[in-house]
Every structure is written in C-alpha cells, then in structure tokens.
Design a protein. Structure first.
Length: 162
C-alpha cells in the first residue's frame, strides 16, 4: 500500500489514563493536542531476555512470521500485531512443538513471549521446533454437519413416530 507523506502516521502515543470527556461522555477533542504534547515519553527499561529453549523457539517463530524481532514483554496482539489467524497458527505451532494445547482464555493470561515461555517450560511434554502443516491439520479435522441436514433428520425422526 502506498501513501503520500502527509497521509502517513509519523508518531503515536498510548495513554493508560482515561482521555478527557464531557459530562455526556464524548471525548474533548480540543484538549487532545495539549495532552499529546504534555505527555512525556517514558522509555521502558529493556528487560533481560530469557535464555531458555522455549523462549528462543517462540521468538524465532514470531520473527520468521511477522518479520520483526519481538521483545520479551511486548504484547503479541497489540505491539507485535498478531491477528486472529496468526494466533490460531501460533496455537498450532505451540501444540506441534511443545505438546501443549492453548485456548484463548489461557493465552489472554500470557500476552507476551516471556510469560508464554515460562508457562511452556512448566507444562511442555516435548521441545521440538516444528513448522505448522496446514494440510495435515485440515485432514485431521472432522467435517461439520450442516444444520439443515441435522434439522431434516430430526423432523423425519419425529414425523415417523406419528
């Protein structure tokens, strides 16, 4: 995607505190430029990178698939930019590589590579760097029955009794 220089986002800031709002709940937009200028940028201290095997495997996977080098405490969805399909593929990779099945709730508790690698180190049954084979995953899934066909079977079963 190409954009003119004046259309590109050059800088942004994330605010943890709530934005100024009116009594009705609308954002006071005229106050935003002052808030943006006033807010000082506090750089996060670089946390030491874990040296365990699980972290190295996860980091290499994210680096290969997203094209950026993730930091240990960066949020995989917000800061790395993993979307829902990336996360599904990531779950499949974790299952193939470490023998652990993750769900969305568990993943929400561990939003970065550091926490995820700590969890994997506790629960893993194996440590292998396996790629995700979508052909194998799709061939192993059971077909979903069509709801209309299921409804027809139920209706036929009910009508046969009368």
């Amino acid at each position: 995607m190409k954009a003119h220089n004046y259309e590109k986002i050059l800088d942004y800031k994330l605010f943890e505190e709530e934005l100024p709002k009116t009594r009705v709940g609308k954002i006071r937009r005229f106050m935003l430029p002052d808030l943006y200028e006033k807010n000082e940028i506090t750089k996060k201290e670089k946390t030491p990178e874990p040296t365990d095997e699980a972290y190295k495997i996860l980091k290499e996977y994210v680096k290969k698939n997203k094209g950026i080098e993730p930091q240990p405490e960066e949020n995989l969805e917000l800061e790395i930019g993993m979307d829902s399909l990336d996360i599904v593929e990531f779950f499949a990779f974790i299952e193939n590589s470490f023998g652990i099945q993750l769900d969305e709730e568990k993943f929400a508790e561990m939003p970065n590579l550091k926490l995820l690698s700590e969890y994997i180190n506790q629960k893993a049954t194996k440590f292998e760097d396996n790629d995700v084979d979508w052909k194998q995953i799709i061939s192993q899934t059971k077909p979903i029955e069509d709801n209309k066909m299921m409804a027809n079977k139920i209706i036929k079963g009910i009508s046969a009794n009368y």
